[in-house]
Design a protein around this ligand. Structure first.
Ligand SMILES: [Zn+2]
Ligand SMILES: [Zn+2]
Length: 125
């Protein structure tokens, strides 16, 4: 029985050889799984950071309407919205850290982490 390659992003394994590995790592399914893994954290954090850097849109907050819509350079988020988003980021961060801890624990076993752990951790700072 040959070696098996385990892909943490896709949560599946296959016979480890150059051909299989290349095929898998360039596969649509794998790329999608990898992106989803990062999106778990990135989306909410990016939105929060962007909104926090903007000044509140007075017109929107007073009237509930703004002609610029999502193109407005001011934030349409109320303090409550931001709080909610911030809580969401926190939850995702916790979930991601748990995943990372699991990956690190699995180091040394046959299930080697494929995720670039230090890179992901940098994002969390
Ligand atoms: Zn994969
Ligand atoms: Zn506006």
């Amino acid at each position: 029985m040959g070696k098996r390659y385990f892909c943490d992003y896709c949560d599946r394994s296959f016979q480890d050889n150059l051909h299989n590995r290349k095929k898998h790592l360039n596969g649509v399914q794998h790329l999608r799984a990898k992106r989803a893994w990062y999106d778990l954290f990135r989306d909410a954090a990016a939105i929060l950071q962007e909104e926090q850097s903007k000044k509140p849109c007075r017109k929107f907050l007073q009237t509930g309407q703004c002609d610029f819509g999502s193109n407005c350079r001011f934030s349409h988020m109320t303090e409550q919205d931001l709080e909610k988003l911030s809580a969401q980021v926190q939850v995702r961060k916790t979930a991601l850290v748990q995943v990372l801890e699991l990956l690190m624990k699995s180091q040394g076993s046959s299930r080697k982490p494929r995720a670039p752990v230090p890179t992901v951790l940098e994002h969390l700072q």
